[in-house]
Design a protein around this ligand. Structure first.
Ligand code: PMT
Length: 403
């Protein structure tokens, strides 16, 4: 199983069931899979397992009170709801499912569930009679209809002595199911090559020209494509982001190296995502020794680097090409012209130079194709990447059908 949980923010809600003792193991397994886990507990959950245990296994203080001024000052409930990539409630009691199905927001956990835009998953745990009851089944259906993922329950011996459905699914299986929530399968079977980050163009042995690209947008897209089932190769300039575990990553430094790497590999790929901020120029000659200070101006002669995306656009058998345009003015007009000039299927325009976009954790973009212009508001790059991958997958499938 490929795990897509690396660096995912999972907010684990624990409610008052005997199965709460398994929540500690669930946190451990989620963290082993690379997720960052914070825990929110209901009052009744604390009768079954202590907040101290959950704090120790998660590495973060437990959230348990909607009206705690100190907790709100540290990470308020709205901030926590925004932080989550997924809210998972395990175990989820019959009472919790009822309150969620009816939109209650009278404690921290239900409030978080209503406030978040992240997917919700619940792993029910209750007596078999309660699970089978028509009211519980109605609530289950309401939650399913609202897009809540329901994990389990399993069948077997219950703590109360009954036998039947209602046991919380085992933590290992919950992790698999959560993993599947992040893996949409939209790009299953496709090969995607992504460029990310800046390039460095040497001036002398100790200096280089570069730009403010952090690689965050490109890495987020590579991860989102992989979550969507694609086989991803990431061609990365120098960045300070850990290598995503389930991707092939090829490190390059200069634009020329990025060009050669992409051109050597691109024939094998279905989609090319050109996210890198590639230097358009390099020094005509690199000084063999460190350049020392002199009186008066110093002149550097620059020469053009190859344009990677335009070169791919010239290939007889070319992949579906998605480029980016980082602009400071006339963003949409510049991006449209660039898309046509470089023969891209789509271009994603972002305004840079005003805090968002380059180097930042958030971005706002407009995705432009021959048929469409779709604007996505400012949001974290990881969230944005998932939305973009969905739109790219739809456009790719439409283009394939036309051929
Ligand atoms: O890395 P982050 O800090 O997260 O920032 C993300 C980003 C702002 C760098 C990213 O969203 C972005 O806009 N990347 C493209 C930046 C850019 O340099 O755009 P451009 O207008 O110079 O180039 C247009 C397209 O041609 C891009 O797809 C670029 O990858 C490609 N290009 C450019 C020059 C070149 N020699 N070869 C190329 O392939």
């Amino acid at each position: 199983m490929t795990l897509f949980l690396a660096n995912k923010h999972i907010l684990l809600g624990v409610t008052g069931s005997i199965a709460a003792y398994k929540s500690a193991e669930l946190v451990r397994r989620l963290r082993e899979a690379g997720a960052i886990v914070r825990v929110a507990m209901t009052e009744n959950a604390k009768r079954f397992i202590t907040p101290l245990t959950m704090q120790a296994v998660s590495g973060y203080p437990v959230h348990d009170d909607l009206f705690d001024v100190h907790a709100e000052a540290a990470m308020g409930h709205i901030e926590l709801a925004r932080w989550a990539d997924l809210i998972l409630v395990a175990p989820a009691t019959a009472d919790f499912m009822t309150r969620l199905a009816h939109g209650h927001a009278d404690d921290l956990l239900t409030t978080l569930c209503l406030a978040t835009k992240a997917p919700l998953a619940v792993a029910p745990a209750m007596n078999q009679g309660m699970w089978k009851h028509a009211l519980t089944q109605t609530n289950r259906q309401v939650l399913l209809d609202k897009g809540v993922h329901i994990i389990g329950p399993g069948e077997g011996n219950q703590a109360c002595g009954d036998v039947g459905p209602g046991r919380m699914t085992e933590p290992a299986e919950i992790v698999e199911k959560v993993n599947a929530i992040f893996s949409s399968g939209l790009l299953a079977g496709l090969k995607i090559i992504v460029t990310a980050g800046p390039t460095h163009e040497a001036i002398d042995p100790v200096r280089f020209m570069t730009n403010g690209s952090s690689g965050k947008m490109g890495y987020a897209l590579a991860e989102a494509a992989s979550e969507a089932g694609a086989d991803v190769t990431l061609v990365s300039g120098p960045v300070n982001i850990p290598k995503p575990s389930h991707l092939e990553k090829l490190d390059v430094v200069t634009a020329q190296e990025m060009y050669e790497t992409v051109m050597r590999k691109v024939a094998e790929y279905d989609i090319f995502l050109a996210v890198a901020a590639v230097s358009d120029y390099r020094c005509e000659t690199i000084a063999p020794q460190k350049i020392h200070k002199e009186e008066g101006p110093v002149q550097l002669t620059l020469t053009r680097n190859p344009d990677i995306v335009a070169s791919v656009g010239q290939l007889a058998r070319k992949p579906f090409i998605v480029g980016f345009a980082a602009e400071t003015e006339d963003v949409i007009a510049q991006a449209k012209a660039k898309r046509l000039r470089k023969k891209m299927d789509m271009i994603i325009a972002n305004q840079v130079g005003s805090g968002a976009g380059m180097g930042a954790d958030e971005n706002a973009v407009t995705l432009i194709s021959a048929e469409n212009e779709i604007s996505l508001p400012l949001m974290p790059k990881r969230k944005l990447a998932r939305q973009l991958i969905k739109l790219i997958a739809e456009a790719f499938n439409k283009a394939e059908r036309r051929q």
